[in-house]
Design a protein around this ligand. Structure first.
Ligand SMILES: [Zn+2]
Length: 225
């Protein structure tokens, strides 16, 4: 999620959060990064098609694991701006909550310079819309997953290679992606689209693996030249 947020400094990125929710805790297993569909850089939208696709993916995983895995929230980035939700964010969130009252939003504020001008901070906020004007900010405690029901191997996303993809966005190896996907702007989006058009994959795990291998190859190619 954090790495995804760092792949685009100019536009907001968004994705769906996959996991389990009980009365006292939320367990995030993985995320589904979404392609940008909105032309305006300062907003993101989650289309109905993207949501339905995400739900189908979760159904597949649930069947495999014999556990209920579903979309429990959404995330998006605020590059260069504060972490707090905009009016548009609160509206989007309200729509989600009308379908599932526990659904939550997560915002990552990235590329924000500290006052010393030498470092950057990353800020997170989890939020829900409330019927009153003020949004709610549920407390979030982040800790690593433990316990017998953890299926790391199914959900792991190699963030290092994601970074590699975005770092190599202008490098030779991604030029072919650029040609094929001229409408996409950043490395992540290009690669994602490339995978989608080159093979009709419907398994998110395979998609992730493919995606990572493109990133790794890009990294290897860069290191060998
Ligand atoms: Zn926002």
């Amino acid at each position: 999620m954090v790495t995804h947020a760092f792949t685009n400094e100019k536009e907001e990125i968004a994705g769906l959060i996959v996991g389990e929710m009980t009365d006292d805790h939320i367990q995030i297993y993985t995320v589904i990064p979404l392609m940008r569909e909105n032309q305006q850089s300062d907003r993101v939208e989650v289309s109905e098609e993207q949501l339905v696709e995400g739900m189908d993916k979760c159904d597949e995983i649930s069947k495999k694991l014999n556990e209920t895995i579903r979309i429990i929230g959404w995330y998006h980035s605020h590059p260069h701006i504060t972490v707090f939700p905009s009016h548009i964010d609160l509206n989007t969130q309200r729509n989600f909550q009308s379908m599932d009252s526990n659904f939550f939003g997560l915002i990552l504020s990235v590329f924000v310079e500290e006052s010393d001008k030498k470092s950057q901070s990353i800020r997170f906020i989890a939020f829900r819309s409330s019927p009153k004007a003020e949004p709610q900010y549920p407390a979030v405690k982040i800790q690593p997953m433990t316990g017998p029901n953890v299926h790391r191997e199914l959900f792991s996303v190699n963030s290092e290679s994601w970074l590699a993809v975005s770092q190599c966005a202008n490098k030779e190896i991604l030029l072919s992606l650029k040609e094929k996907c001229s409408s996409s702007k950043d490395g992540l989006a290009k690669t994602w689209k490339f995978i989608q058009i080159s093979e009709n994959l419907d398994n998110p795990m395979i998609l992730c693996a493919k995606y990572m291998s493109v990133g790794l190859n890009a990294l290897r190619h860069r290191n060998s030249t």
